[in-house]
Each structure stands twice: as C-alpha cells, then as structure tokens.
Design a protein. Structure first.
Lengths: 647, 445
C-alpha cells in the first residue's frame, strides 16, 4: 500500500510541476484587457510573388493579353521586382528629403535677412548715448575676453596686447583724441557755458591719456589684491541700496540678511499684539464670523485698517478688554485665551530683542517712505506668517462690522495719521501696548479659565477638570476645540443660502476700473436668499450635523465601497471619467469600450494548446508512453517473478 | 496690396461621395458637455433596463426522444451537429440550424450512459447499460445499409461514462474502475482503480491531455495520470460529486457538480481548498460544462433550472427555466460560446442563448459600438443600487423561489446555532471554518 502511495505522490508532484508551466499564461489571460477567441491565429504567411506567379497560369484572353504586355516591357517577374526607371527614381532624392532641405535653406535665408535688417537699423540709430553705451559694452566685453584669454592662452593674449599697443601707437601718431578735431574745437567753445560740453571734453582728454599711456603688464597677484580691496571698500549698504533700486520689493531682499531680520523682529512684535487687544475691545460688539477665503488685496486693506483702529482703541480704552468677563460669547473667549497663551512666549522673546535693537528700528523706519511702507512690511516675514495670519483672521471676525466702512475714508485717515504715527509716536505706544497686553493676560487668566471649553456649558466637577487638563496636555500643541469651532462655523457658513447679486457693472452708468455700481442699483438687483430652516445642530455645540445628505439622491448612490477598490477615491475616479463618444474622440471611445472577451461568430473555439502560447508540446503521444511504460513495468515484473521463483 | 483671405482645406469638410457620412466637427470641450456622470448614469440605467427587456434566451426545443435525455455530446468540427443519448438506448443526431433530428440510432438496450465524439469528428462512442462500448460512424449509412456500429466491445461490468482523448486514438470509460482503451483493441490498455465504489464519470483534461478526473459515488474526486497509469490524488467531499468539467483555458482548474446543491472549482494542485464555492441551485447539480472561453460555466440541476456562473463568482449571473422543463440531466455549451444546450427528463433538448439579451445575426458597426458602450456602462455603474437591482432581478418559478427562501432560513438557523455554540463553549473549541473548507472532508494522497 505504502509503495502505491509513494508512487502516487511522486506522480502527483511531477504532474503539478508540468502544470505549473501554465501559470504565467493563465495569469496573463485573466488580466488581459481583451481576449479574442479563437486564440490560434490563422497563418497569414507572406508568399513571395514569384511563387504565386509560378503556380498560376493565364487562362482568359484578357489575362493573356496582359501577360504579353508585361513581357514586352520586360517587367521583371523574379526578384528584384523593380524596373530600371523605378530604381533610378528611388535613387534620386526623396520628396521628404528635398522638402527638408528646402525648409532649411529658407530658414537660413530668413535669418540672414533678419540680421541684415537689424544691423541696418542699429547703424541708423543717431542717439549718442546709445552708441556710447554700445561702445562701452564692447570695451568691457573685450576686456573680459582678454582676461579670459590671458588665463587660457597666454600667447594669444600677448598678440592681443600687441594689438592694443598698436592702437595706442596709432593714437599717438594721429592725435585723434586731442582737442584739435572739429568736434573738440566746437566743444571747447561751448565748454565755457555748458557743463556737459566741459565734461565731454574732459572725457576725451582722459581717453587720450588712457590711450597714449604705455601699458604696464601687471602681475596677477597685484590685480587680485586690488579687486579684493575694492570689494571690501564697497560697503554693504551700497549694495543694498542698489538692490533696492532695482528689485521689485526691497524688503523681501533685505530680510535675507541676518542683521536685517533682527531689525525686523521688534516690528513684528508691534504687529502681533494689536489685533488681540483690538479683539478684546470689540468682542462683545460683534462676533460675526467671516469666510476664510478673501483676496490678498482685501486682506491688506483690512490689515491697514486694523492697525489704525487698534491704535484708536488703545488710546481710548487700553484696558477695554476687561469687559469681556460678562460677555456671552464663550467661543471667542476661548479663542482669545489660546491665542494669548501662544503670544506670551513670542512677546517675551521679541521684547528682549527690542531692547537691543530699538535704534536700528528707528533707522530703518526713517528710511522707508511712509505710505508705501505697509505692504512690503507685511510681506516680508515668512517665519511669522502663520501666527499672524491666524491672529488677523480672528481680528477680522471681530471687526467685520467696522470693516464695512467705505475704503477711501479709511485710507485718507490713514495717510493723514501717517506722519505722526510713523517712527517715533508709534514706538512709544508700542511699548505701552506690550505692557498692557501682559497685564491683561495675567489678570485675565483665572476668570477665563472656566470658559475655555466652550462646548461644555457648566462642568465644575473635579473629574471633568482633570480630564480637561489631560486633554489640554495631550493636545498642547494644537487647539482642537478651536479648530472644531472654526470648522463648524465654516460648515454653517457654507451651508447658508447665498445672496445673488445680479447687478451688471457699467449698465446704465459709467463703468470701469475702480467704479462700483451705485448703491441703489445694488440694492435693487441683490436677491436676498431666504432664511433656511434652523440647523439641527444649532443647539448642539459639540456636533456638526451634515445637512447636505439628500435622501432622494442617496437612493442612487453606492453605499459601500465595491470589492476591488481599496479607496473611495479610486472608485469615484472610475465613475467620473466618462466613456461615451459625447466626451471622447472616436479613437478614445473605441479604446474605452473594447469588450473584454471577443468571440467570432461561427468559429469553433478549441481548448488552449501548448503550441498556441509558444510552448513545446511533447512529441510522443500519450498512448505510446503508456505502452512503453507498461512494457518496462511488465519486464520488471517478470524479472521479479523470475527472481522469486528462483529463490 | 495683398489681401488676406480665409481659406480652408476642402478635404476637411467635403465628402468624397454623397454616400459618405457628413463630417461633423466636434468640440470636446468639457464645459460644453456638462453633467457627464448623471448622463452616463441614465444611459447605464436605460441599458440595464433594455437588457432585461430583451432578455429572451430560449431559442428552440428539439423534441423527438421518447425518453429522458441522458447525455449530450458536441461535434468537434461542426457547430451545427449535436448528439444525444436517451434513457431508452436511443441516440439521435441533430442539426441545430435546421433544428431537426437527422439520424436516429437504437444504440443500446437500457440507458445510454455516456456518449462522446472522436477528436476528428468522424465517429462517436457510446456506452450503455448493456455493458457494451460501441463505436459509430458519424455519417449516416448509405441507402439500404443497416445501422451498425463500427466496433462493439463487450465488457464485464456496466460502464457509466465515457470520454475520448483530445488528440490520441484512445478513450476512457468508467464503471468499477477507470479503463483506458486503445481504439484498435478490445482490451483496455490500462485500468486504474482506487477504492471500490462505482465511478460516475470520467473526463480528460483538454490541455494536458494525459490527465483525467473522475468522480465516484463514495463522494470522492480522483485524478489520474494516464501516462504513468496511476491515480494522483483523491479529495473527499461532503456529498457525492455527479460530474466534473475541466477548464479549457486553464489546465489545472476544474469544476465539480455536487449533490449538495453546490459547485466547487478546484485547482488540482491544491485540492484541500476549492478556489470557489458556487452556490445558487436549490437541488442537486447534475451536470456542468465550461464555456470554451473558460470564463464561465453552465450547470444543470435537479431543480429544473440551469444556471450560468462566472468562474470567479460564487453566485450565478443567470438562471434559465421554462414551465415545461423538468429535471435537467445534461448540459453543454456550444463550441462557439454563443449557445447552451440542455437535455432534460421530459425528452426535450433545449437551445438557449448564452447571453440572454444578445441580438442574433450580423450586427452593423454602429450596433456593435452601441452594444459595447452599453456593456461598458453597465459594468461601470454595476454597483449603483438601482442598476444593481434591475440587473439582478430574475423571475423564478414558485418552487425554486420558495426553496431559496426555505434554504436561506435553514442556513441562517445553522449559522445562528453555530454562533451560539461557539458562544457557550470554551474559546477555540468550536473553530471558525470557512465556507470553502467546510465541504472538504479529506484529501487522500
């Protein structure tokens, strides 16, 4: 029995192995984009035409006639199948080649004419300044080239040097640049009255001097030293000024220097506290949230307004924030608190710096032209953008009411106030402000603490406190609750029906850049969106209930992710790409709609064969294998029998 | 002065002949064609509905047998020819295009148990209850000649099935054991046996032609290697397997039709777990046949219906039944993969379309494009609930419907009981057995 079992196992393993060769084919067929059955291709072998000819005979009279004609013209029947004429034509330049050559020539001609025209044009230019610049440029270039040449090829440089020397000699001989020429004489007359003419003359003389001077071949080391000196001589400030003159935004460039950065920092700090203080003062008045997306321009405007207003409010009521204790808006308070905590650190740091670098600040500020200062200042601080932006957003939320003020007035005020608020006055206020904020925060903390978590109305138990503390510790870095509140506010805002503004600017009145349709018109064509039903999560501070889900649409939507997909985005993408010919070109449409399995009608599909897929099938038939096996086995058996009989 | 004029190439807008279609320039700017997803969804919905509207799979019924049809065979070379053997020993050859019987032979006494054609299509073999194997010519005898078999082999025991080798002049019969015969001889060149029960059917592997599979009434499936004249492996299932069928495109895959209402697709190299359990029938599955493309198979069941399963799905995509169709005993998928034939108890052979809503005949290119597009749309949106519901909906006879409900309840009850048992016993003592493993009793080496 066990022998049989071993036999079976061996045979099974062998068969499994032979079957495994089909694995790649099976896999390929399963994954194939398209399978066309029957699999075996009909042999479309190409037979040389001579072979076809040889087996074919002309039978009808027409065919006879044609053959006669062909033979008359010595049409070659065997290889090569070309008449001499055809060969000649093949040898000649092909059409494409000719076309290419022609195009090349055309291009060359066009380029040539272009350069000619340009040269002519340049020659005609009368401007002396232009020519001067060109000359200078040429000279510079020549010098540079000479320098290079000297480094690379000294002998050539020497030749060049000789040339220069020769030019000098020619100059000396001709005395061209002395004041003996016609032009020089006329200038000499003018020089008495005209500064420019005098300068021109001097220049000419200088040139003369330069040209007639005998050249000294200077050693390289000396020259290098000179250049270095020059570099060191030129102060950084000069460079900066140059950059200022050229660059689009000098402040962006300046912030690259480390010392400049330091200078900026105190200015940052002056920006930081403002919105906060302002927020405190205004928090009770209005807490209308504002959508996050706004254009950059608007932001700047607001910032400008904000800054100005903050100064206002500080003047009026520096400790106005105290009033927030009795305010009902818990959300805002919590936000403020979080912010204040974050600010604490920043302020301390910045104050230290401020002490050291107040002088520089002043300098910098004086340099700036007052009205343009605001924008670059705001742009220049990449390291601080995050916090500031948050701050400003908060600020915006609070002061959205004030923002409605017409812009021109604000700006006028701003410009009016500018001169006195700029360097000195603002500095004093700033300091005051900082201190105020610190005081405020320290005094504020105990009272605000209970209000920190706005979603929990009254939780004074110890347990809750502990838990709160834990949560606070866990999410020390990021303010989850504030984020949630913001998210919720955004969701609410997004779901609110929007007003439709149908005003057409420029319709019935003047339109254009900076002109707005009149208020009357806007009022008339603004369609107010109807107040929707109250939100389900209106009284549930901890929850956002999505009201977007449409029951009617849900009946048509897929509820669970279908099997082969691993992510809903994959599935959505397959749905979103249209396959119809309305959206795709004919070719793409055909490609997209190819069926997976194609069968030819009326064709028998045979099982796959080893030959079809390029495998070699065994040459021996199964029967012959059996028979040979049996013979061997029976021989073996007989031997065994004999053995047993002899034993 | 040079005047510039608009000039267009007439090739872009002039037809060559007036029979050509008008050239319509089209702007594919997506903003001009909005709502692509909803529009395609509606198109898919309509396509699905139309598919159901046009789903008329039944083509013809071939009647003529005077007893239940027991076996069917395809002609290897001719799509129109079909052979069938009945329970009264009669063999008929049918022409499908004419839908007529072209030849009738009284082949055996008692059942015709098996019928198979030679690979070249010149002759066919039958086995019957009268312990004989007979070889017949495919062509009808000339005028006045008698209907006589080419060869007759008288065996010692009853043969229950026969299958012909795909390349060589050899065939295999089954009964008490599996015999391999050379056509020229009257004795089997080798006989293989493993166990003592009678073997229901034997099938040659169409790709690796030396492989055979058989199923016996002692619930096992045995694989044989004809070259080495030895059985390879045996797998024992819960219940008896009626027949197996090899996948004609994947050498190592076969599907077994089982008495426990299920079909099992195996990889013959790993018999301990079936690749897929196909369940939908509500009674014993009697026959199974692969589509020549190897992507689907059809099964015939005692529950008076036939079902079409994709190879990689456990649920059927189609069920065919008619009021008059009784227990379906044999089923075959035609070689062009377009039609399905089934022979049933009530003496009829029925011809079905493999794709219920397919339009027969030659399609114009536009029809073809529309068909392909609709097919892709249906595939794309197949997971959407409305479309899924419409595409899945089938009318079932009351008997089958109620049995499905009943079995669902039974299955649920069994599942619940198992869960409860697991709950109330020591953890790990009632292991979770997957559906695939559940039905495999043992694999014998």
């Amino acid at each position: 029995m066990s022998v049989l079992k071993i036999h079976r196992e061996v045979a099974f393993n062998k068969t499994s192995q032979t079957l495994s060769k089909w694995d790649p084919i099976v896999l390929k067929n399963r994954q194939a984009e398209q399978l066309v059955f029957p699999l075996e291709k009909e042999q479309s072998a190409f037979v040389p035409i001579e072979h076809v000819f040889s087996g074919w005979k002309a039978r009808t009279p027409l065919e006879h006639e044609i053959f006669n004609l062909l033979h008359k013209n010595k049409q070659p029947v065997t290889d090569p199948l070309l008449t001499p004429m055809e060969k000649a034509s093949l040898k000649a330049m092909s059409l494409e080649e000719a076309k290419m050559r022609r195009a090349e020539l055309q291009r060359a001609r066009a380029l040539q004419s272009y350069y000619e025209a340009r040269a002519r044009r340049e020659k005609k230019i009368k401007s002396k300044k232009y020519h001067k610049i060109v000359k200078k440029g040429k000279a510079k270039k020549a010098l540079k080239e000479f320098e290079q040449l000297r480094n690379i090829n000294p002998t050539a440089a020497l030749e060049e040097l000789e040339k220069i020397e020769k030019a000098r000699m020619m100059e000396r001989m001709s005395l061209k640049h002395q004041n003996s020429g016609k032009w020089a004489k006329s200038k000499a007359i003018m020089a008495k009255y005209d500064l420019e003419a005098r300068q021109a003359m001097q220049e000419q003389l200088a040139k003369n001097k330069e040209l007639t001077q005998k050249l000294q071949v200077v050693s390289e080391s000396e020259e290098e030293g000179n250049t270095e000196e020059e570099e060191t001589l030129v102060p950084d400030v000069v460079n900066e000024v140059q950059m200022d003159a050229n660059g689009p935004n000098p402040w962006m460039l300046r912030s690259c220097n480390p010392d400049a950065k330091e200078e900026e920092k105190p200015m940052d700090s002056e920006h930081l506290p403002e919105p906060v203080a302002h927020q405190f003062s205004e928090s009770e008045e209005d807490e209308r949230p504002v959508a996050e997306e706004e254009t950059l321009l608007k932001e700047f405007e607001e910032r400008r307004a904000l800054r100005k207003r903050s100064e206002f409010s500080q003047d009026a009521e520096p400790m106005g924030s105290r009033e927030t204790q009795d305010s009902s808006s818990q959300e805002v308070l919590s936000e403020v608190r979080a912010l204040a905590q974050r600010l604490n650190k920043g302020n301390l740091q910045s104050r230290k710096q401020r002490v050291t670098s107040t002088g520089t600040v002043l300098q910098v500020q004086r340099e700036e032209p007052a009205p343009e200062e605001e924008e670059p200042l705001l742009l220049q601080r990449p390291e601080r953008v995050q916090t500031l932006e948050k701050l400003e957003k908060l600020g915006k939320e609070e002061c959205s009411q004030k923002k409605e003020l017409p812009r021109p007035i604000l700006q006028r005020e701003w410009t009016e106030r500018n001169p006195n608020n700029q360097p000195d006055a603002s500095k004093g206020k700033k300091k005051e402000q900082m201190i105020n904020l610190q005081n405020l925060l320290t005094t504020k903390t105990p009272s605000v603490k209970s209000l920190e978590v706005p979603t929990i109305e009254e939780l004074e138990d110890e347990e809750a406190k502990v838990q709160k503390q834990m949560i606070k510790e866990a999410f020390a870095g990021d303010d989850v609750i504030r984020d949630f509140l913001k998210e919720k506010r955004e969701a609410v805002e997004a779901n609110k029906p929007k007003d439709v503004d149908l005003t057409l600017p420029g319709w019935g009145e003047w339109g254009g850049l900076g002109l707005k349709p009149s208020a009357k018109k806007r009022r008339r064509f603004l369609i107010k969106a109807p107040e929707g039903p109250p939100r389900k999560d209106k009284n549930l501070p901890n929850v956002i209930i999505n009201e977007k889900r449409n029951i009617h649409a849900a009946a048509h939507q897929v509820r669970v992710l279908p099997y082969p997909f691993t992510h809903h985005q994959q599935f959505e993408r397959t749905i979103q790409t249209p396959i119809g010919s309305t959206w795709n070109t004919q070719r793409a449409f055909q490609k997209l709609t190819t069926p997976k399995v194609v069968t030819k009608p009326g064709h028998i599909i045979k099982p796959i064969k080893a030959e079809d897929v390029g495998y070699r099938s065994s040459s021996r038939s199964d029967i012959s294998v059996i028979q040979s096996n049996q013979k061997r086995l029976s021989g073996h058996h007989k031997k065994q029998l004999k053995k047993s009989s002899t034993d | 002065m040079k005047v510039k004029m608009l000039s267009r190439n007439p090739d872009n807008y002039v037809r060559e002949t007036k029979l050509d279609l008008q050239r319509v320039p089209r702007n594919y700017d997506p903003t001009l064609h909005p709502f692509e997803v909803p529009r395609e969804y509606i198109r898919a919905l309509n396509a699905t509905k139309l598919e159901r509207v046009f789903a008329k799979p039944f083509l013809a019924s071939l009647d003529g047998h005077r007893d239940g049809v027991n076996c069917l065979a395809k002609h290897p070379k001719s799509l129109a020819t079909v052979l069938s053997g009945a329970c009264d020993g009669e063999v008929r050859i049918w022409n499908l295009t004419k839908r007529k019987c072209i030849r009738t032979i009284q082949a055996h006494e008692g059942f015709v148990r098996g019928i198979c054609t030679r690979f070249c299509g010149t002759s066919f073999f039958t086995v019957g209850d009268d312990k004989t194997v007979k070889q017949w010519k495919m062509d009808a005898p000339g005028n006045g000649e008698e209907e006589e078999p080419l060869h007759t082999i008288l065996g010692k025991t009853v043969y229950t099935g026969i299958d012909h080798h795909w390349k060589d002049p050899a065939f295999a019969t089954c009964g008490q054991q599996v015999d391999i015969w050379d056509e020229q001889r009257t004795n089997p060149i080798c006989s293989m046996t493993w166990g003592f029960d009678s073997i229901n059917s034997v099938k040659f592997n169409p790709i690796e032609t030396f492989l055979l599979g058989s199923c016996a009434s002692d619930r096992n499936i045995v694989l044989y290697d004809m070259r080495q004249a030895t059985p390879l492996k045996k797998v024992i299932l819960d219940m008896r397997t009626n027949t197996i069928c090899w996948n004609p495109m994947e050498a190592f895959i076969f599907t077994a039709a089982n008495e426990d209402y299920n079909l099992y697709t195996f990889d013959m190299r790993a018999l301990d777990t079936p690749l897929m359990v196909h369940m939908d029938h509500v009674s014993a599955v009697l026959d199974v046949d692969y589509s020549p493309t190897g992507k689907e198979f059809v099964s015939a069941s005692f529950d008076k219906s036939i079902r079409i399963f994709p190879v990689d799905r456990s649920r059927s995509r189609e069920v065919y039944h008619t009021k008059r169709m009784q227990h379906v005993i044999c089923v075959k998928w035609t070689s062009d993969s377009k039609y399905i034939m089934c022979g049933s108890d009530e003496m009829n052979i029925r011809l079905w379309k493999a794709n219920a809503s397919e339009k027969l005949g030659v399609l114009t290119s536009r029809e073809k494009a529309a068909k392909d597009y609709n097919q892709k749309l249906k595939e794309k949106f197949q997971y959407h609930p409305h479309i899924k519901r419409i595409a899945r909906h089938r009318h079932l006879p009351k008997s089958i419907y109620s049995q499905i409900q009943e079995q669902r309840i039974m299955k649920e009850a069994r599942r619940r009981k198992e869960v409860n048992r697991r709950k109330h016993s020591k953890p790990g003592s009632v292991p979770i057995v997957s559906e695939k493993k559940k039905h495999i009793v043992a694999v014998v080496k």
